[in-house]
Each structure stands twice: as C-alpha cells, then as structure tokens.
Ligand binder design. Sequence first.
Ligand code: ADP
Ligand code: ADP
Length: 228
Amino acid sequence: APLIEIKDISFEYEETKALDNISMKVEKGDFLAILGPNGSGKSTLLKIMLGLIKPSKGSIKLFGVDSKNFKHREWIGYVSQKSNSFNSGFPATVKEVVAGGLAKKAGLFRRLPKTVDEDVLEAMKSVGMEAFLDRSISELSGGQQQRVFIARALVAKPKMLILDEPTVGIDHQNVQAFYDMLAALNREKNITLVMVTHDVDTVTDRISHVACLNQTIHFHGFKEQFQT
Ligand code: ADP
Ligand code: ADP
C-alpha cells in the first residue's frame, strides 16, 4: 500500500477554501516535493497528513489504514518550519536535542532506551553532523541546526519524514549540500521524504516526484509528475 493516500480531500478555514478536492499518493522510497505559491494550501496539506486537522471531505490512508485507525504515528517523523527557531542562549547540547526525539517516543516518564547514545550517534551520522554532538545548539549555523532537527526526528526511526520548508534559514551556498544530504537519506537509509519547498530549481535533480498545488508552477527535469 502507499504510505500516504489522499483522495478528494477539501479543507476550509471558516470562509477560506484552503484545499479543493486534492488527491495524491506517496509511495515507499519517494522523495516528493510539494510546490505551490504562498496560500495554495501546502501547510494545510501537511497538517492533514500529520493528522493535526481533519479534511471536511475525502479520505486519507496512512500505510494502507484509514488515518482514524492508524496507530503508528511514530512511523511518520515531522520537522516543522519553526523547529529551527531555537535562538541564542538556548543551553542544550546537540546530543540533548537529538535525544529529545527519543524521549518523546518513550513517553515523559519512561526510561530512555539503553541504546540512546548509539541511536543519537547513528542519527547524527546520517545527517553528516557526528562531529558536533557536544556543541551547543545555539552556536551552530542555520543549516547545521536544521540537520540536527532532522537527526532529532530520525532518532525515533521513522519510515518517512515530512519536512516543511527545510531550507528556510540556510545560507544560499549551503542549500545544495543540504539537499544532497536529504537525497542520501532517501537512497541509502530508505527514508521516504515529503517536503514543502520553494527551491524549485535546486531540487529538480534530487527529487523523484513533485506535486503542485495550483498549477502556476512549471519546471523541467523531474522524473514523474502528478498534479494534485
Ligand atoms: P501555504 O502553506 O501554501 O502558504 P496554507 O495552507 O498556509 O498555504 O494556507 C492556505 C489558505 O488558508 C491561505 O489562504 C491561508 O491564508 C488560509 N489559512 C491558513 N491557515 C489558516 C487559519 N488558521 N485560519 C484561517 N485561514 C487560514
Ligand atoms: P506556513 O509558513 O507554515 O504556511 P504561516 O507562517 O503562513 O505558516 O502561518 C503560521 C500559522 O498561522 C499557521 O498555523 C497557519 O495555519 C496560521 N495562518 C496562516 N494563515 C492564516 C490566516 N489567514 N488566518 C489565520 N491563521 C492563519
């Protein structure tokens, strides 16, 4: 079954129609970019995938199961756009931040798994940040912080990651390397990736699929396309 299957969903915020009859699929192994102008419903679509809001019509299946009955939210990691707003003065080390992704999984009052150090190291290696474990998160660049937040999501061993505009806050010259890291995660660690992005030109040769909300974006180079 597809990891995500959305059929004919619509969503309204009071008067605003945010999504109108959208259908799409995410298959295992995909690296999907969701594109669209501001206000086209990208964030709303992610919130529906994450089960944070319910569509007013249509259906959504996660791993073949109706989202109402889906019991494995930990299979779907999420890195929000605002997660890199830890500002200066925040005292945590990178290791603590990444281990926080396990605390959430274990529940507040349960013990962390004994393998926590190994799991944190493995997650940090997969984002190319293993040299930074003992650094303070606040002294890292925007791009390094974003990699740490991805490691924080990966440490719980999700099958897929949903990323909301992951390159916001990354210096222009580091964006290519960041997408190379995501492409390697996708190919080598078999993490299915869904991301909202505006980096149309940069992502074309890394992604496997694209979904466009509103049909105002046209670009070349992707391998397959479905219109939502
Ligand atoms: P995008 O992420 O593509 O910018 P959004 O999903 O954030 O689009 O928004 C889609 C539409 O819904 C926009 O017109 C936006 O103004 C509106 N919208 C988003 N969130 C809310 C909200 N909480 N209340 C009312 N309108 C909203
Ligand atoms: P994003 O960049 O992820 O689309 P925004 O910065 O546009 O998010 O919006 C931040 C929050 O404000 C979101 O939770 C969104 O639902 C809400 N929001 C967006 N547009 C509106 C709106 N027109 N009215 C009320 N809330 C909105």
